[in-house]
Design a protein around this ligand. Structure first.
Ligand code: F6P
Ligand code: MN
Length: 332
């Protein structure tokens, strides 16, 4: 039997769980944006999308051409659904309004249109991340305040990974589902249901080159993992670092593990590298819906009330037992 298409899956969710048809429209719009980005990624140099754009984003990071192209595709596709009344993108300093001629809807969308930008030019996995929040009341000009909700408010979240296959991961708060893009028909089809992340793990991901800048609890935790069978954890661990959060989270959903991006002393005023609204929160919702956990070392990420739309946060997510251990070390 042909696996369900994303549209069929979402219609089933409407019938079984009473999810909102407007949300379906929004998620289908996002999947269309991902399909378009996937096509550009595949063409690479042939489409002239590689290399630098010659500008910087709000965080002072150099923008790649594909960062900007993906942002434009996302903004347009999401606005067109008529399901939102505002958007926040990693690439744009202020909240983005829906153009005058388009209708407003009851949701707010936050996205990182192209995650793992340093992988673009070397043909390694990249992705898009999205988070859907309810809007208190639809209005033409969105304010930053509208988006400053804790991640536990999220209605839906997911990512699309542009790797050997293009895979969309989605949660509506009732488990995690994976859809693989059939490039021939242009259809995302359900290829894995109810993904589960085991409580225990044997694999970790952290950028080890930053070790000298970490805080003591992280140094302790990682050094114990590195001691393997001879250390307090009593087992050997493997390490991976793809340098694209989408790819790290996807690996954890497929075979377990823990991912960390702690705060460090290079920028003491910065709480971490990853952004709360469109990286940490959606990935935390996916992890929790797959039985994993996610904290900033001190508290559940989805309980943090943001102060600004591009706020950064330290991230420890994946296997519940590992996340509990490293979070416990922050309390010791
Ligand atoms: O978006 C930030 C990001 O690219 C993540 O996708 C990734 O996990 C991380 O930064 C990579 O960081 P680093 O440059 O330290 O390897
Ligand atoms: Mn990113």
């Amino acid at each position: 039997m042909t696996p369900l298409s994303l549209q069929e899956f979402l219609s089933r969710e409407e019938a079984l769980a009473g999810s909102d048809p407007v949300l379906t429209r929004l998620l289908v719009g996002i999947s269309e944006a991902c399909k378009e980005i996937s096509a550009k990624v595949r063409e690479g140099a042939l489409a002239g999308v590689l290399g630098l754009a010659g500008s910087e984003n709000v965080q002072g990071e150099e923008q790649k051409k594909l960062d900007i192209i993906s942002n434009d595709i996302f903004v347009e596709a999401v606005a067109r659904t008529g399901a939102v009344c505002g958007m926040v993108s990693e690439e744009v300093p202020e909240p983005i309004a829906v153009p005058e001629e388009l209708p407003l809807g009851p949701y707010l969308a936050c996205f990182d249109p192209l995650d793992g930008s340093s992988n673009i030019d070397i043909n390694v996995s990249i992705g898009s991340i999205f988070a859907i929040l309810p809007a208190e009341r639809p209005k033409r000009v969105p304010a930053p305040q509208d988006f400053l909700q804790p991640g536990r408010n999220l209605t839906a979240a997911g990512y699309c990974m542009y790797g050997p296959q293009t895979i969309l991961a989605l949660t509506l708060g009732r488990g995690v589902f994976l859809f693989t893009l059939d490039d021939v028909t242009g259809t995302f089809r359900l290829t894995k249901e109810n993904v589960r992340v085991p409580r225990e793990a044997k694999e970790f991901a952290i950028n080890m080159s930053n070790q000298r800048f970490w805080e003591a609890p992280v140094v302790r935790y990682v050094s114990e993992l590195l001691q393997g069978k001879d250390g307090p954890r009593g087992k050997n661990y493997n390490m991976r670092w793809v340098a694209a959060m989408v790819a790290e989270v996807h690996r954890i959903l497929m075979r377990g593990g823990i991912f960390m991006y702690p705060r460090d002393s290079r920028n003491p005023e910065r709480a971490g590298k990853l952004r709360l609204l469109y990286e940490a929160n959606p990935m935390s919702m996916l992890m929790e819906n797959a039985g994993g956990a996610s904290t900033n070392g001190h508290e559940r990420i989805r309980d943090i009330v943001p102060n600004s739309i591009h706020e950064r946060v330290a991230v420890f997510l994946g296997a519940a037992e590992e996340v509990e251990t490293v979070t416990g070390y922050h309390k010791a």
